[in-house]
Design a protein around this ligand. Structure first.
Ligand code: UTP
Length: 290
């Protein structure tokens, strides 16, 4: 059973400067909800009871967001917006949320290694704190379903255009069904010629505890950081790893253009904004074309 999740959120967010100089990118709101709240909600909706957030310098706002704020609660209690009061109160009861600080920002693999005592001998989910996936069945749940069948690590992947494979971690292997693959290759940012497929690693994983030994054996890679993909290549020498093409749409808010697109799409999903935002967009488009 997968009961625990790890959410790495310690990164420097250099692609989103200057906003991320003193504020965590994981707290950038999509409309009115911080990105990491969507991520925590996905974990909770997938049956996760215990969440470890990998935090770091300048990330206090994340800890405060999932903590009580008595003064604010008192102020909005009994006012017209009871729904908001409930939402603010419930934020602290979503799951058991713990924090640990990554001392030096040494890469995603290093961030995951901080979770070893917390997850112990159990498999655990990893959800990147700057990536939202909108889906009918939460993606972490989709991966847990595969884990329960094979009791091995599972990576969520998505199809990307062939000419863009060099931007992603790409997987290759034997197709077991239309969406499921048993991996025999993982390559970080391959050339088009070297890419075994156009299936890219998408920010959600189920990992077995074997990943910690693999991380210990993995030398620092790109950017002199410990890369999770490199550790998974090491893990693949000893354990099976599967990939599942998830159902849903991924939004990486860590880069500015995708953040803008995400905000627009989420505004269009909201009843109170959709027609107004659409009318505004039509007006803007007409101005730019006119
Ligand atoms: P990214 O590589 O997208 O985040 O990591 P980054 O390094 O902050 O971004 P840029 O490239 O400088 O703009 C994906 C997730 O992993 C976390 C990040 O916080 C992000 O949520 N992360 C990354 C860590 O927790 N620790 C790290 O050392 C690196």
């Amino acid at each position: 059973m997968v009961r625990k999740a790890v959410i790495p959120a310690a990164g420097l967010g250099t692609r989103f400067l200057p906003a991320t100089k003193a504020s965590p990118k994981e707290m950038l709101p999509i409309i009115d909800t911080p990105t990491i709240q969507y991520v925590v909600q996905e974990a909770v909706d997938s049956g996760i009871e215990d969440i470890l957030i990998i935090s770091g310098r300048g990330k206090r706002a994340i800890e405060d967001h999932f903590d009580r704020n008595y003064e604010l609660e008192e102020r909005i209690k009994g006012k017209e917006d009871d729904v908001m009061y409930d939402e603010i109160r419930n934020l602290t009861n979503l799951a058991n949320i713990h924090f640990i600080r990554q001392k030096d920002i040494n890469g995603l693999g290093d961030a995951i290694y901080y979770a070893r005592q917390h997850t112990g001998n159990e498999p655990f989910a990893v959800l990147l704190g700057d990536t939202i996936i909108d889906s009918v069945i939460p993606v972490t749940q989709q991966l847990i379903d595969i884990y329960e069948q094979y009791e091995s690590s599972v990576i969520a992947v998505e199809t990307v255009p062939r000419d863009k494979v060099s931007r992603y971690g790409i997987v290759g292997g034997d197709e077991l069904s239309e969406k499921l693959m048993r991996l025999n290759q993982l390559i970080e940012k391959p050339t088009i010629v070297d890419a075994p497929s156009n299936l890219a690693i998408a920010g959600r994983y189920i990992l077995t505890p074997g990943i910690y030994k693999a991380l210990e054996k993995t030398p620092k890679g790109k950017g002199n950081e410990l890369q999770l993909t490199d550790a998974m290549i090491e893990l693949l020498k000893r354990e099976s790893i599967y990939s599942q093409t998830f159902e849903g749409k991924r939004y990486d808010i860590g880069n500015k253009l995708d953040f803008i697109k995400t905000t627009i799409e989420y505004a269009l999903k909201r009843k109170e904004f959709s027609s107004k935002v659409l009318a505004f967009m039509k007006e803007i488009i007409a101005q730019h074309e006119g």
